[in-house]
Ligand binder design. Structure first.
Ligand SMILES: N[C@@H](CCC(=O)N[C@@H](CS)C(=O)NCC(=O)O)C(=O)O
Length: 190
């Protein structure tokens, strides 16, 4: 298997964590925007090749890795919804980040105000629900791994503050205290 991606991408990081935890053999190919535009129709990372199979999204890659390892993929509907909710907030945050690099901010575009609000509401919602039993707390679940990858990336890029979200801050610290996970932190570029 060959996984194409960057060391900073939170979507790629999730795949790298599962690969490391499962001890699965996979070559990592560092890929920039130009290469991803040449090699994947989605023009995004991650993508994965295994012989003739090509997968273009972290969700299908994760399912493939889990199935290869004989592990269930989202057996709990609440964990699946957590994964999707975090993904929605993460897509919005990445979008705001990339647009800001091109000089476009919520001050220029009403839709970006909505995107920003989506991220803020999701963080507030997750902070309230984390630990209340509404959100499953299995730190090895794909919903929780995605949440950890999102929070750490957004903090690393200074996109969010967890000052008013103590439950999320605790979770993020706990997530990064696992040495195997910490080794994939976006600041460890290679
Ligand atoms: N749904 C995709 C999202 C991947 C994604 O947004 N990757 C970012 C890097 S963090 C990217 O390659 N962005 C380049 C672009 O949007 O052109 C997945 O889960 O794999």
């Amino acid at each position: 298997m060959k996984l194409f991606g960057s060391y900073t991408s939170p979507y790629v990081r999730h795949c790298r964590i599962v690969l490391a935890r499962n001890g699965q053999d996979c070559r990592f190919v560092e890929t920039d925007y130009e290469q991803s535009a040449e090699l994947s129709p989605a023009r995004r990372v991650p993508f994965l090749y295994d012989d003739k199979l090509m997968l273009t999204d972290s969700a299908s890659i994760l399912r493939y890795l889990r199935e290869k390892a004989g592990q269930p993929f989202f057996p709990d509907i609440r964990d699946y919804d957590l994964f999707l909710l975090v993904n929605t907030a993460m897509d919005s945050t990445v979008n705001l980040f990339l647009l800001e690099k091109d000089g476009i901010t919520p001050a220029d575009c009403g839709y970006l105000v909505r995107q920003k609000g989506r991220v803020e509401d999701t963080l507030a919602y997750l902070d309230r629900h984390l630990g209340s039993g509404d959100v499953p707390m299995d730190s090895a679940s794909d919903g929780m791994i995605r949440l950890g990858c999102f929070l750490s990336w957004a903090l690393f890029r200074k996109r969010i503050s967890l000052k008013d979200h103590p439950a999320l801050a605790d979770f993020q610290r706990q997530f990064e205290s696992d040495p195997q996970i910490a080794a994939t932190h976006p600041s460890n570029a290679g």
